[in-house]
Design a protein around this ligand. Structure first.
Ligand SMILES: [Fe+2]
Length: 208
C-alpha cells in the first residue's frame, strides 16, 4: 500500500510564494487522492502491488489495458507530488552551484536563459501538467513539460524522456486559491523557493 509522505516543512513555510491553505489542500487532499486511487487500482494484483512506485511510473506503458490509465494518472500523481514537495524549501531560491551550474551554463548559455526556458515551458503547458528540468539518456540537460500527471520517466509516453531533477506543478489546484488565473505570477514566485541543494543532489544521482 502506498502512503502519503510527510512534508519536511510546515504548510505555511513557503509563504508568501505558496500560501498555507493551498499547501494543506494540495498535500492532504489532492496528493492523498492520487494515492487512494493508485491503491484501489493495484489492490489484488500481486505483480503491481510488488512494484516500486518508480517502476510503476517507468513501466506504465507496458501494463495491461485494464490498469494502464489508472496507474498512469495516479502513480504519476503520487510520484510527481512526492518529488515536488522536496524540490521546494523555505528561504530557497537563488541559483544552483557546482556541476549543475556548469551543466546549465553549457546547455542553456546561462542561468537567466535557462530560467526563461523553464518559465516558458510552465506557462505554455496548456491545461494541467508539469514543467521539468530533466537529464536525458545521454546525460544532457533538457527542459520539457508533460500533460496531466505524466512524467518524463514514462517510457513510450513522454515526448522527451529522461530523469526529472526539477519540476513545477502547473495544475490550477497548485495555485488557484492565491493566484486565481495568474499562472505567470505563481511561476515567478516558485523561483524564490526552489531547493537547489536537492536539485543538485538529483542531478548528481541522475548523472552518476
Ligand atoms: Fe498537484
Amino acid at each position: 500500500m502506498h502512503t502519503l509522505p510527510q512534508l519536511p516543512y510546515d504548510y505555511a513555510a513557503l509563504e508568501p510564494s505558496i500560501d498555507a491553505a493551498t499547501m494543506e489542500i494540495h498535500h492532504l487532499k489532492h496528493h492523498q487522492a492520487y494515492i487512494d486511487k493508485l491503491n484501489a487500482a493495484i489492490t489484488g494484483k500481486a505483480n503491481l502491488e510488488a512494484m516500486s512506485l518508480e517502476d510503476l511510473v517507468k513501466g506504465v506503458n507496458s501494463l495491461s489495458d485494464d490498469v494502464k490509465m489508472a496507474v498512469r494518472n495516479h502513480a504519476g500523481g503520487h510520484f510527481n507530488h512526492s518529488l515536488f514537495w522536496l524540490m521546494m524549501k523555505p528561504a530557497g531560491g537563488g541559483e544552483p552551484t557546482g556541476n549543475l551550474a556548469t551543466a546549465i551554463a553549457t546547455t542553456f548559455t546561462d542561468f537567466v536563459t535557462f530560467r526563461q526556458k523553464f518559465t516558458e515551458a510552465a506557462a505554455n503547458r496548456f491545461g494541467s501538467g508539469w514543467a521539468w528540468l530533466i537529464v536525458t539518456a545521454d546525460k544532457k540537460l533538457a527542459v520539457t513539460s508533460t500533460p496531466n500527471q505524466d512524467n518524463p520517466l514514462m517510457t513510450g509516453v513522454a515526448e522527451i524522456e529522461g530523469t526529472p531533477i526539477l519540476g513545477l506543478d502547473v495544475w490550477e489546484h497548485a495555485y488557484y486559491l492565491k493566484y486565481q488565473n495568474r499562472r505567470p505570477e505563481y511561476i515567478e514566485a516558485f523561483w524564490s523557493i526552489i531547493n537547489w541543494p536537492q536539485v543538485e543532489d538529483n542531478f548528481k544521482k541522475a548523472t552518476s
